[in-house]
Design a binder for this molecule. Structure first.
Ligand SMILES: C[S@@+](CC[C@H](N)C(=O)[O-])C[C@H]1O[C@@H](n2cnc3c(N)ncnc32)[C@H](O)[C@@H]1O
Length: 421
């Protein structure tokens, strides 16, 4: 790096020329550190065709490094794709235009360059919040280390062919690795010869493919993995990739999680399925007798509208607090429900919040205790006291894998509970 860019790690704003700024951007790009670049507040954008903002970010285009720019023009958005050399030209031209500010984001630093008459006033904020040794140790523990080529992660657009993580996929890479580590902590890897897994709300199935690769190739375990998603384009594309990789134990099913006809499963996974889809995944896990259930919830809306308790008014009159409280309450009910179903439950942050704000993981392991009727009744009572009806309590009660209801309780006040049976 030039002297300029080394100095930039300080927070002191520094007057910088246009060519120095371009040099910094190109160096970050060549070192694959750039996550995105935003040119904003175009002061002369009175014309209808001038973008007010341009965002440029790296991505894999037909398995090759490329860049996409997104132009925000009034209410319209336009996308353009570039090769790396085209992108350099575009950045060089765009810097010369009248954008008032340039924001440059890397995985650990954000630079902001504000246009002045004499050049750009450049400042930076380091996002390196964690001490280095911890990060280093975590890196070492990763199941898929950065820098180690992995054909499957390359095919998924997470790594390039040399094993370098694509900057824009860094968060996904970290989430996937940490989720696998959470699984590794649970599984008796030396004694387990087969694992039947469902990944509910699998999306592009980064987690499914990584898990399959790790267990079947490295641990020589038979793994039968079903990915479930109601987006048929995704399940078709995933199946095509599984076929191409000859992952014969993988299949993808298009449909609602709740109506998935699961037989016996050992493990239910759910990474950021939306709203009550997480509950459906947990319910499927319990119904199919899963030993292990791991769910990282996503957006949670269902209790938001129900939180009206007068004694919590100072909390719910602020939207953001209400939203966070609704999420925490939903997860507390999920944990309590799982305990009632005989699971030992841990709630943890599986990644740092800078990799995902949705970083709570519900990790449940089935115990020998069986159903805890008192805990189930506690759940119902707690919901009643709070005046809410959490989805997880309002569904048909779990049935065991012989089709029998696990238990029936008598209760009066929650009509959609097991007393309906
Ligand atoms: C935010 S994406 C997460 C995808 C993936 N698990 C990941 O972490 O990359 C949520 C996925 O869940 C799927 N989904 C949401 N609700 C669902 C439901 N009720 N049944 C099936 N799929 C659902 C969506 O189609 C989407 O692909």
């Amino acid at each position: 790096m030039t002297e300029l860019s080394e100095n930039l790690t300080t927070r002191i704003p520094k007057l910088t020329s246009k060519s120095e700024l371009l040099d910094l951007i190109l160096q970050l790009t060549h070192r694959q550190e750039l996550i995105f670049l935003v040119f904003s507040q175009n002061s002369k954008s009175s014309g209808d065709s001038d973008p007010q903002k341009i965002k440029i970010q790296p991505f894999l285009w037909k398995s090759k490094p490329a860049f996409q720019s997104t132009h925000y023009i009034g209410k319209k958005i336009a996308h353009f794709n570039y090769t790396p050399s085209q992108m350099e030209k575009v950045v060089s031209e765009t810097i010369s235009q009248a954008f008032a500010q340039v924001t440059i984001q890397t995985s650990n630093e954000r630079f902001v360059a504000v246009r002045k008459k004499e050049g750009f006033l450049l400042s930076s904020n380091s996002l390196k919040l964690k001490p280095a040794p911890l990060e280093h140790n975590r890196m070492k523990e990763h199941i898929f280390p950065d820098g180690s080529p992995s054909p499957v992660l390359h095919a998924l657009g997470i790594m390039d062919e040399k094993g370098r993580v694509i900057p824009s996929a860094r968060d996904k890479f970290t989430q996937m690795n940490r989720f696998l580590e959470m699984i590794r902590d649970l599984l008796p890897l030396d004694s387990l010869s087969q694992l039947r897994v469902a990944d509910f709300g699998c999306g592009k199935a980064y987690l499914s493919f990584a898990l399959y690769e790790w267990l079947s190739k490295n641990k020589k375990m038979e793994i039968l993995l079903t990915g479930v998603d109601f987006n048929p384009e995704l399940t078709q594309a995933n199946q095509a990739l599984a076929d191409r990789l000859a992952y014969t134990g993988m299949k993808f099913v298009h449909g609602e999680i709740a109506s998935f006809d699961a037989k016996e499963l050992d493990m239910a996974l759910c990474l950021h399925a939306c709203d009550t889809a997480t509950d459906d995944a947990i319910l499927q896990g319990v119904k199919t007798g899963c030993k292990w259930i791991l769910a990282a919830p996503c957006c949670q809306h269902e209790l938001y509208a129900q939180i009206k308790m007068p004694f919590l008014k100072p909390l719910w009159k602020h939207g953001i607090l209400k939203e966070k409280f609704a999420s925490l309450l939903t997860d507390a009910f999920r944990a309590q429900f799982l305990e009632a179903m005989g699971y030992k439950v841990q709630i943890m942050e599986f990644v740092d919040s800078r990799h995902s704000p949705k970083n709570i993981l519900i990790r449940a392991v089935k115990t020998q205790q069986g159903i805890q009727q008192n805990k189930w009744l506690d759940c119902l009572k707690w919901a009643e006291e709070l005046g809410v009806k959490p989805y997880i309590l309002s569904q048909q009660p779990p049935i065991n894998n012989r089709g029998r209801f696990l238990f029936v309780v008598k209760c009066r006040k929650v009509p959609t509970s097991p007393c309906d049976i």
